[in-house]
Design a protein around this ligand. Sequence first.
Ligand code: ZN
Ligand code: ZN
Length: 170
Amino acid sequence: MRLSFSAEDLRVERGNTAELELKGELAPIDLQRSMLAFAGPVTFSGTASNVGRHIVVSGTARADALLTCDRCLEEYSVPLSAELLETFCRVDEVTDRDADDEDLRRYGADDIIDLREPIEQAFVLQLPMKLLCSEGCRGLCPRCGANLNKGVCECPPQDDWGLGHLLKDL
Ligand SMILES: [Zn+2]
Ligand SMILES: [Zn+2]
């Protein structure tokens, strides 16, 4: 199983539509400061339609994501779901007008439309600015590095920390 399909039959006639139920593995995605990994296969369920020279794909991609909490650095799992609406043009049929369209994606002369890249991009856009294992994550003690979700550490109360308490919410 993979996150791609053949558009060969769709291409035969304008108006052709196909149901898509795809499933496949996605490699971990580098988010710069951390990684987005997947606990299992990614699924895509939707449709593909021939709208005249282009194929439009719409549907929903789902996966169980593994992320690293920005505050306590523990790995956590969260279900991800992203809507896709993508237009594809075969690489040898790109017109001048198509070439100006930055949103238009290409597929090869083998008629295989690969959804991995659009799914990856849609997932990354779904992620919040701050990745937190839970809203109330207490993070790490800035002094001893203890994970405060697992209990209080031995450090003196926060009032004595001076700058420490100003930094804790960063
Ligand atoms: Zn956390
Ligand atoms: Zn501490």
